[in-house]
Every structure is written in C-alpha cells, then in structure tokens.
Design a protein around this ligand. Structure first.
Ligand SMILES: *[C@@H]1O[C@H](CO)[C@@H](O)[C@H](O)[C@H]1NC(C)=O
Ligand SMILES: *[C@@H]1O[C@H](CO)[C@@H](O)[C@H](O)[C@H]1NC(C)=O
Ligand SMILES: *[C@@H]1O[C@H](CO)[C@@H](O)[C@H](O)[C@H]1NC(C)=O
Ligand SMILES: *[C@@H]1O[C@H](CO)[C@@H](O)[C@H](O)[C@H]1NC(C)=O
Ligand SMILES: *[C@@H]1O[C@H](CO)[C@@H](O)[C@H](O)[C@H]1NC(C)=O
Length: 776
C-alpha cells in the first residue's frame, strides 16, 4: 500500500465510516424516494388550494375532496380524474362583513370546506368556514352531478369560524358530533352532538381549557356487553393543563369520551353531557420533562376481533424544545376505557383563598358512577336515561370531569421516534407477511410533504422508506386509506394524491427486495422481480423480521464501464447507493481503496482529483448492508480506468463527466478544503447527536458492526455470516499528523463537544401532580 494511501486509511477512512453511521435517534429510512411525478396520481386545480378534507365514498367509487370554496368528486381509482365538482363561494356581503370585522379578505374571508360526512340517506353533509360565518348544507351526487341543496343550516359549533383553527367531527347514527369553537373569537370551545336534542360541553376551564382538537372516533362498546354498556365517542385533543402545579402554561394531551345515548341532565347539566370524562395521555419520549403534544390519531381495529382489541395510534410532537423529534405512541382502547370506567377522579381543592390545586379525589363517589353510561345496574334502579340521573352524580361530574390516572402507551414507550421532518398525520394498515404473521404498517405524513412507511418488528423500529409526494414540499394535512382500492390518499394545501401501499418495483435486485423488509413485497425468483405478495404467482423470498437474503440467487456480474483520464484531470465514478443503511466501499484492483484529499468519497460516487498514473486500474463499488442475521455485499458498479496523457489534448470528452484540465492549485485546495470541512461538520453533528441516550432500538445500530470488515478489504465474499465484532474506534484516529486539514478536525470536534455541554437543558416546570389530598 502506498504511504499516502495508508495515511488516508488512518484518518479519512474512520471519518468516512463514522459519517455513514447515524446517531441512534435518527431512525433513518432505508430508502429515500425523491419527488417524481410517477410517485403518485395527483389532483390539483388551478387557483384552488387547501385540499384538506376528505370523505371516501367507496359505495359510489368516489373520493370526495373538500378544498377552499370547492368540493370535488374524484375517481377513487384515479384521483387525477375529476368526475364532478361544485363551487361554494362566499357572497359579497359576507365578504364585506368579514372584512369589517378585521379579518383578512384574501385568506380568512373565504369558504374553507371543513366537514364532509355521509348521511344515512346517502346524501352528504358539508360545512365550510364561510368567511368567519360557518354554514352547513346537504350535498348529493346523482347521475354524475354534484349538487349543493342550498338548505343552508347554521354551522355554529359544527365547523370552526377560523380556517386556521383545529377541529374534529364524526357522524354516528346520523348525528354529527363536532369539536370546535362556537363563536367568532374562538373562545367558546365545545364538544357537541347536533341532533333534535343537541347537547354540548359546559363552558368551564375544567372541561375544556384552550383546546386544540385533533380527532374523533367511535367505539361500539355496547356490543356483547353484559353490563348493558353504551357506545362511546372518543375525542383526542390537547389543552392547557388545569391540574399542573406550575407557573408557566403547560399543554397536555387528552382523550375524552361521551356516551352515545347521553341526552343531558334534567336540571343540573341540562342539555349538557352527563358523560363527559377526560384523561391525560402520555407519550414518554426520552427524558423530556415537558409532555409531548398529540397531533393526530388513528383508530385501528381488526374486524374479526372485539372492540377491546382496537388500538389508537397517535402522533406526538414536542411542545417547546427544538429537538426536532416526533413520535408515534400506540394505546389500547381497553386501557383507556378502563381508566374511565374504574379510575379515580381528580378534584379541585382551594388552598390559600384563591389558588386551586387538582388532587386525587379520595372521598365517596356517588352512585350511579359519575360519567358512566346508563347500564343495566342503573336501569334496575329506574334510571333509564341520563335525564333520570340524580343531582349528586351530575354535580360531581360537572365539577370533576378529569380522571386522575394518566394513560400510558403500550410498552410505556413510543413505537417510533424520529428526528427530522415533523410528523403531521398517521394511517395504519395491517399486512400479512409471507411468514404468516400480521404487522402494523404505519404511514406517517410529515411537514415536508413526505410519507414515511414504518414497521415495528418486535420492538425494533424500521422505516422502510420515505417518499416525497409534493414539490415544493407541502405539509401533508390529511391521510385516508381505502380497503376497497387498497390505496392511500393524501391531501395538502397544493393538491391531493393517491399512492399504493407498496411500490415493490423500486427494488431491482433480490437482495434489495429482501433487505427492504417490506411486508407487502417479495422476490419472485421465476419472474426475477420484486412483486407484491398479493400478485405472487409462486412462493416469494421475503424475510421481514431478519432481513435474511440467503435464499436470493447470486446476482449477475456487473459489466465494467471504460473510463479514460489524463494526468492532472478529474474524474467522477458514479455509484448510487440502493439503501441509506448500506456502506459504500470502493476497491481498486481488488484492494480496498483508501480515500485521500485527491480521492474523495461522495454520497453518489467517487471523485478522483489531479489524476496520476497510479489512479489507473479497475474500480469496483460495493454496497455493504448489515441486516439482523448477516452482512450482505453487492457490487453496484465497476469501472476500468485508464490514464492516457494524450486524452485531454484533442479536446475530446471521455466518460460521463471528466473535466478538461485540472483546476488551479488554489482552486483545487479550496474545493478539497471545503469538502473536508463540510464532512467534518457533518461528523461533528453526528457525534453531538450521539451523546443522547436511547431507550429503544433502531435498525441502524447494526451498522457499527458492519464497519469492522471494511478495512479488511475482503469484499469478494458476498455474505459474511454472523455479526462481526465491533471494536471501539477512537474518534479521529491518527489525527495528530499536523496537516492543515487536521487542524480543522480538532477545531470542529472541540466545538461540537462544547456545544454538547451547553445543550439546552430542559429545566422548565415539570409536571408536578400532588397525589393525594393529604399532601396539601
Ligand atoms: C391555504 O393554502 C395556502 C396556499 O398554500 C396557504 O398559504 C394557506 O396557509 C392555507 N390556508 C389554510 C387555512 O390552511
Ligand atoms: C388517471 O387519470 C388521468 C386524467 O384523466 C389520466 O391522464 C391518466 O392516464 C389516468 N391514469 C391511469 C393509470 O388510469
Ligand atoms: C372495508 O372496511 C369496512 C369497514 O371499515 C368493512 O365493512 C369492509 O368489509 C371492508 N372491505 C374489505 C374489502 O375489506
Ligand atoms: C437464513 O435463511 C436460510 C434459508 O432459509 C436459513 O437456512 C438460515 O438459517 C437463515 N439464517 C439465520 C441466521 O436465520
Ligand atoms: C497534481 O499532481 C502533480 C504531480 O503529481 C503535482 O506536481 C501537482 O502539484 C498536483 N496539483 C495539485 C493541485 O495538487
């Protein structure tokens, strides 16, 4: 080995390797799919924005899409196909009124469609913000025509006034349940049922305190209930905590629920819920002291199983720190239900004349239990409807709607945590893999217009891919799934798209197909393609839990590409990595290639600068990817590089991108310096992030182990069985050889360490709850 090359091994190779390794918090997607028109069918209409309300009409083969001042009926099989549409614009008078109230004419004084529901008579109920004066109407789709019936109803309490305010709604038994603000100022939040006997929440901060409504879901809890229980409607939201014993405002996540049969009380709680109970939901991310805030939830039920086995998948984001982490926590409906049915209540206690503390209530609880639905036991006592409930029970629930118990996610930790684009919404689908097991596949929308596809394999988080759906990046505002078409639908301010659950064809080799660990995809040996399990003609190769590609047939040898370069010239050898989890290695004449300031390893290939005769040879680019059971090496590209002193002279351009003549010494040094600095900055950042502790596992962990074999230059073997021993490498080994670039190294690493020490410590008021009245 050249002395120069061995030098490179000592200090640049560890750098390059560490670069490839990610801090465990960065559960990076295995594959990143950049924006491409073919990623999805897109629907967008010129001049129309805010496609954020969706209703699946599988019975009609339609996707109903609510946007600003318009509703569309799109073909469920191809959303690019608009079948019908109807405009719903605000009148000039409404516009003027809205403007006179101080609202913005171009944004707020428009009609944003916010509510779209199917009613029992097949019509649809649609509401819009209507220039801060919400209205609702019935809409029908007959003979390919979409019509608003112009039977305008007041939308107060059904739909927000403010288009930027969060809201939630659901239709159960033909009644609309809505969670929104009832007035122009947005200061009267309610959860209400709109029917002949409309009922709503109290205007009390102990009921709803500056809430942000997130989502609603119904649970058929009367099904086979031997207590004669009622169905429930659940509401997820966040609000300012009343129970927090702290100086600053603290926001917490909540789940509340009401009984479907609730008609309010007779005197106390007249036309108000008698069954409104709420509890705090926790999603513990790292040691964050401030609770994470719920942003979306998805009810997942197995239709063959009883409701108790349903799950709620919820997205959480931090409330104030800048960690950039988002999380998914999953809750059992039965856990939530049990807290409401059996848990202790919290009670306000006045201390020192005016200050109120919320503590666990340990006194006597009236019968029937406050907040409980009317059940067989109550009926036996002659209480047939909520109107019959005794005042004692009603007064109790009016004062104490908050449960003492905090609802914890399954496993008491998140299912997925990721640093990067903030999560916005979630959908979950169950896939049966070739191993016969069923897995929950999470599709998570982000602020940057991408969708992450992730599975938690026995506690190990694995992000199969991240696909860019919108360009420029637009936050994903809504996600829906149709089990009839098997497609996902996503909406953003710019448009709506439709994507399949899996695009197996993105994997071109068996190795890539198996290591992708996508439960929907497997390798068809006969067809030589990565195909969907549902389309399989024969038995497929798949190994979602382990990523065991042993059964994959050997790949065809790669044909070398000839490249010619002249002394002093530059050459780029391309090598796109199939996986973010793979390490790319280069060999020159079957020996491991060492990088140096003149041979640079870039994410998409190798850059040779100021070529000399020693650069001639056969180059091979291999990807080394470690799965749970083995390390797999695949040759991606091969190049035969020849050095020809005459090549540059005749003005010919050879190869894909060889540049004519070398740049000036100063220019070259600047380029090299810049590259090294940016690599080091990245490295420093990596280490900085690496300081954070991690309570769960991520696939990337295994990458440390795969590095060991890289220096051995033994890349001919396709499979290295068993985990190689990981050896602790110094941060920058052999970095003290005094070159200019090394000074940079020291500077950068020193800086990052300092940054680590000064990392913002979360020392804001922690949630201090007093557990018992006796503690006061
Ligand atoms: C509607 O879309 C426009 C254009 O992208 C965006 O600027 C605006 O914030 C959106 N309005 C709402 C209420 O989301
Ligand atoms: C979807 O509809 C669009 C617009 O009508 C059409 O151009 C496109 O070919 C359709 N795609 C498929 C796969 O049918
Ligand atoms: C789709 O889901 C609905 C309930 O959401 C269910 O009634 C229906 O049977 C499902 N259809 C298919 C094809 O799985
Ligand atoms: C990988 O799969 C092969 C073939 O199914 C099997 O023989 C081998 O034991 C598996 N390896 C591991 C580590 O599970
Ligand atoms: C390029 O290489 C030649 C010979 O190896 C050397 O004389 C020259 O200084 C090098 N140029 C740069 C910019 O490093």
């Amino acid at each position: 080995m050249h002395p120069l090359l061995s030098l490179g091994v000592f200090w640049l190779l560890p750098l390059a390797l560490t670069l490839g390794e990610d801090s465990p918090l960065d559960c990076i997607p295995r594959r990143t799919v950049l924006y491409n028109r073919d990623n999805a069918h897109l629907f967008h209409e010129e001049g129309v924005f805010n496609y954020s309300t969706m209703l699946l009409r599988e019975d009609l083969g339609l996707l109903m899409l609510g946007a600003r001042e318009a509703v569309y009926a799109l073909d469920l099989n191809n959303v690019s196909k608009k079948l019908a549409s109807v405009k719903w614009e605000v009148t000039d008078k409404q516009k003027t009124d809205c403007k006179n109230k101080g609202k913005d004419l171009e944004t707020e004084c428009k009609n944003y469609i916010r509510t779209l529901h199917k009613m029992d008579d097949n019509r649809m109920y649609v509401c819009g913000t209507n220039a801060f004066d919400p209205e609702c109407d019935y809409m029908s789709y007959v003979d390919g025509i979409l019509t608003l019936e112009k039977k305008i109803e007041d939308g107060k309490g059904k739909c927000p006034f403010d288009p930027f305010q969060r809201y939630a709604s659901i239709v159960v038994d033909d009644s609309l349940y809505s969670a929104t603000s009832m007035n122009f100022l947005g200061s009267e939040p309610v959860l209400m049922r709109n029917s002949d006997t409309s009922i709503r929440t109290e205007f009390k901060s102990s009921w709803l305190n500056e809430p942000n409504f997130v989502s609603m879901a119904q649970m058929p809890e009367s099904e086979k209930s031997y207590q004669g229980d009622d169905d429930k409607v659940y509401l997820f939201f966040s609000e300012t905590a009343v129970e927090c014993d702290c100086y600053n405002k603290l926001v917490v996540s909540r789940v509340a629920r009401v009984c479907k049969g609730d008609v309010g009380g007779l005197r106390t709680l007249q036309k108000k819920w008698t069954s409104f109970l709420k509890a705090r939901m926790d999603c513990p991310v790292l040691e964050s002291q401030l609770p994470y805030i719920i942003q979306d939830s998805y009810r997942w039920c197995d239709l063959q199983q009883p409701w108790k086995d349903c799950l709620f998948f919820a997205i959480f984001t931090p409330q104030s720190d800048t960690s950039g982490l988002s999380a998914v926590c999953v809750y059992r409906v039965s856990d939530i239900s049990r807290v409401f049915a059996e848990g202790k209540y919290k009670s306000p206690v006045t201390v020192e004349t005016s200050f109120v503390k919320w503590v666990m209530y340990s006194g006597e609880v009236p019968v029937p239990r406050p907040g409980a639905c009317i059940d067989n036991a109550a009926r036996k006592e002659g209480i047939k409807v909520s109107l019959d409930l005794p005042d004692r029970t009603l007064q109790f629930i009016k004062d104490k709607p908050l449960m003492d118990h905090v609802i914890q996610p399954i496993g008491e930790k998140p299912l997925l945590v990721r640093k990067g684009a903030t999560f916005t919404c979630i959908i979950v689908n169950q896939a049966q893999a070739a191993d016969g097991n069923k897995y929950h596949v999470m599709f998570v929308g982000t602020e940057e217009g991408t969708i992450l596809k992730a599975v938690n394999y026995d506690g190990e988080m694995f992000i199969i891919e991240e696909v860019q759906l919108f360009k420029p990046p637009e936050p994903i505002k809504i996600l829906k799934f149709s089990n009839v078409t098997g497609q996902l639908y996503a909406g953003s301010d710019y448009g709506a798209v439709q994507i399949p659950l899996a695009t197996c064809g993105r994997s071109l080799s068996c190795m890539d197909c198996v290591l992708a660990r996508d439960p929907y995809c497997g390798w068809d040996k006969v067809a030589g393609k990565c195909v969907a399990l549902s389309d399989a003609q024969s038995e497929l190769i798949q190994s979602v839990k382990d990523g065991n590609a042993t059964l994959c047939p050997g790949a065809d040898p790669v044909k070398p590409v000839n490249q010619i370069i002249w002394p002093g010239g530059n050459l780029k050898l391309h090598c796109p990595s199939p996986s973010n989890l793979a390490n790319i290695m280069w060999q020159q004449d079957d020996r491991s290639l060492s990088f140096s300031p003149l041979i640079l390893h870039q994410p998409d290939g190798l850059l040779i600068l100021n070529a000399s005769y020693s650069n001639a040879g056969r180059y091979r680019c291999v990807s080394v990817e470690r799965s749970k059971v083995a390390e797999y090496t695949t040759t991606i590209a091969e190049y035969q590089v020849n050095v020809d002193p005459d090549a540059g002279k005749d003005g010919h351009r050879f190869g894909p991108q060889p540049q004519r003549g070398g740049p000036s010494v100063a220019g070259l040094q600047a380029v090299v310096g810049l590259l090294v600095v940016s690599i080091l900055a990245l490295l420093a950042w990596n280490f900085y992030k690496g300081h954070l502790p991690l309570p769960w596992e991520c696939r990337n962990k295994n990458r440390e182990q795969s590095q060991q074999s890289h220096e051995q230059g033994d890349l001919n073997a396709t499979v290295t069985k068993g985990p190689a021993l990981a050896e602790d490498k110094p941060l920058v080994s052999g970095a003290d050889n005094g070159s200019r670039n090394n000074n940079h190294t020291d500077g950068e690493v020193g800086f990052s360490a300092a940054e680590g020490e000064n990392a913002p410590e979360v020392s804001l008021p922690s949630l201090q709850f007093i557990d018992d009245e006796s503690e006061i």
